[in-house]
Structures are given as structure tokens and as C-alpha cells.
Design a protein around this ligand. Structure first.
Ligand code: 13P
Ligand code: SF4
Length: 305
């Protein structure tokens, strides 16, 4: 339990000013972390903030690959991850060696890599993408065949949107989104007739097939703010519910049951954000040789869509 949230927030804002730091928080972070951040967003929005900031220090309230991506884009900044154990299991589902073997098995095909991957895998990549721009990124290549890693579900979603391109996917996934079943969505619809269903493209194809819209987290926030629907069923990690209720206070949100919770996203507490800023602790660094090889793929991602 946080004893005095207002006091911790004030301490964080004062430390951020002192350190010339910008605080970026992903849409899945704890509400009290989102509320003290300079920017809250999806992977693409936060990567763009990291690339554009003038601040000397970037505090990334998110998971490791997000901080690494910021370090690739902004090598002259100190990038802090308040909780060093906050990883992403999907990012660990392909290694650089496996990415090289994937390409070698399909000579000449471009490799599109989801931002949820290590810097070493990005270094083997032609272009990175996020869930917000994956379709545009694949279209931008003008190729009739591409490789996609590590998320087979996002790859399948892209393939359904760009039928003229043959997408060969790596067999990785987000354990939290991949666990959702069509039966859960059907049960939620039965419990809330008239509500529209929003799913994240990390869900399985048979789950996305039941959705009214398949969107990145910031896409869901925009959709909620603009919809005429009175009720929405949300099929993504529970942290987004905080932003949704702020973005669309007139809409009733139903989170899919059982609830989806990413334990890694929840490792970052408000106290750890404060401690990282106070002690300048948790710096994430990418070896220069890897960074230089990954930079082009990440810059293209930030520029597209
Ligand atoms: P977005 O916020 O980019 O939709 O990403 C979702 C996610 O699972 C990040 O780890
Ligand atoms: Fe990784 Fe899924 Fe957690 Fe996002 S929600 S950080 S993809 S495990």
C-alpha cells in the first residue's frame, strides 16, 4: 500500500526536474505510475517520444525491450528501467541466432520484427514494427513474401489485412493474449449484449475473428473516445482500463474474464520509479555494434504509419 501517493508523485516530479528526466509509461502500467508520467502510450507512441525528447534521462516504466528500443534511438541519453527484472516472455522466444537461421532458411526474404524483441534480434532485422503500424510496415516493403517474428498472432493478423503478401511467421506469442479463447469472448458478449468487442492483435486469429475492432492499446483509447457505443468489452491487459475510463468516461468497460494481467508490466511500482530517478539506477545499455546494426530497422518503424 502506498502511504501518501500525492507526496510520492510530488517527489517524482521534483526529481524528474532535477535530473532533466522524462518519464514514459506504457498503457499497461499501474494507474499510479501512469498518472505521474509525462507521456503514457503504446509501444509506437513511446518509441517516438524517446526519439524526440530533449531530456538527458529517459525513465521507462514498461518492460526491457521498450527501454532498449529507447537506448537504440537515443544513444546519448541515460535510459533507466526502474525494475530490471521486467522483461517480456515473447521477446525471449527468438534469439539472434534463431533469427539468422530463420532468414537463412528463406533466402532473400525481408525480416519484419515486432518491437517486442531483443536489440540483438533487431540487429538482424530489415524493419521493425509495432501492433499499431505492422500492416503499414509490411505494405511499405512492396514484397510479395515476408518473414515475421516473433509473434505468430500479430503475423497472422497482418497476413489477413495484406492478403497480397505471403507472411511466414515465427512461432512465438504473448502468453497473456494467446491464452484468451473464443469461448471467453462469446461468454462476455452473452453477459453484455449490445457491447462491442475490442481485441489486441496479439490475440489468436480465432479470437480476433470475433472482434468488432482489432487495435493496439492506443488504438483502443482512440476508438473508445470516438465510439457511439455505450459499452465495450476489452480484450487486452488490465492496465489499459485506467486510460480507457479517463479517455471515455461515458462508456462502460467490461474487462474480459478471467482477467488478463501481465506480471512483468506490474513489477514497476511507483516507489521503484522514484528510486530509479533518485539514484539514477537501472540504466539499460545496448552494445554500440548491436545498436548501430539495429538502428535502421527501428528508425523505419518510428517513421511509418
Ligand atoms: P501496444 O501498446 O503497442 O499495443 O503493445 C502491447 C503490448 O503487449 C506491449 O507489450
Ligand atoms: Fe510481453 Fe505480453 Fe506482457 Fe506485452 S503483455 S510485455 S507482449 S508478455
Amino acid at each position: 500500500m502506498i502511504e501518501d501517493l500525492t507526496a510520492v508523485h510530488e517527489e517524482i516530479r521534483a526529481l524528474a526536474a532535477e535530473r532533466d528526466a522524462v518519464l514514459l509509461a506504457h498503457n499497461y502500467q499501474r494507474p499510479e505510475v501512469q498518472d505521474v508520467a509525462d507521456f503514457v502510450g503504446d509501444s509506437l507512441g513511446l518509441a517516438r517520444q524517446a526519439a524526440a525528447t530533449d531530456a538527458a534521462v529517459i525513465v521507462f516504466a514498461g518492460v526491457h525491450f521498450m527501454a532498449e528500443t529507447a537506448a537504440i534511438l537515443s544513444p546519448d541519453k541515460t535510459v533507466l528501467l526502474p525494475e530490471p527484472r521486467a522483461g517480456c516472455p515473447m521477446a525471449d522466444m527468438i534469439t539472434a541466432e534463431q533469427a539468422r537461421a530463420f532468414k537463412a532458411a528463406h533466402p532473400g526474404l525481408p525480416l519484419v520484427t515486432y518491437v517486442n524483441s531483443s536489440a540483438a534480434v533487431k540487429a538482424e532485422t530489415d524493419v521493425c514494427c509495432t501492433s499499431a503500424n505492422a500492416t503499414d510496415v509490411v505494405r511499405s516493403l512492396g514484397a510479395d513474401r515476408v518473414l515475421f517474428a516473433p509473434d505468430r498472432n500479430l503475423g497472422a493478423w497482418v497476413a489477413s489485412q495484406v492478403p497480397e503478401v505471403e507472411v511466414t511467421v515465427w512461432d512465438g506469442c504473448c502468453p497473456i493474449h494467446d491464452a484468451v479463447t473464443p469461448a471467453q469472448v462469446e461468454e462476455a458478449r452473452a453477459a453484455h449484449p449490445g457491447a462491442l468487442v475490442l481485441t489486441h492483435p496479439e490475440c489468436r486469429p480465432e479470437v480476433n475473428a470475433l472482434a468488432d475492432a482489432v487495435l493496439s492499446t492506443s488504438g483502443m483509447l482512440r476508438y473508445a473516445a470516438e465510439t457511439d457505443a455505450a459499452e465495450l468489452i476489452v480484450v487486452t491487459e488490465e492496465g489499459l482500463l485506467h486510460g480507457l475510463s479517463k479517455a471515455a468516461p461515458g462508456v462502460t468497460f467490461h474487462h474480459i474474464a478471467p482477467r488478463m494481467l501481465c506480471p512483468n508490466m506490474k513489477l514497476t511500482t511507483i516507489e521503484k520509479v522514484r528510486d530509479a530517478l533518485r539514484d539514477l539506477r537501472g540504466a539499460v545499455e545496448v552494445p554500440e555494434e548491436t545498436r548501430a546494426r539495429a538502428l535502421g530497422a527501428v528508425e523505419r518503424m518510428v517513421a511509418i504509419g
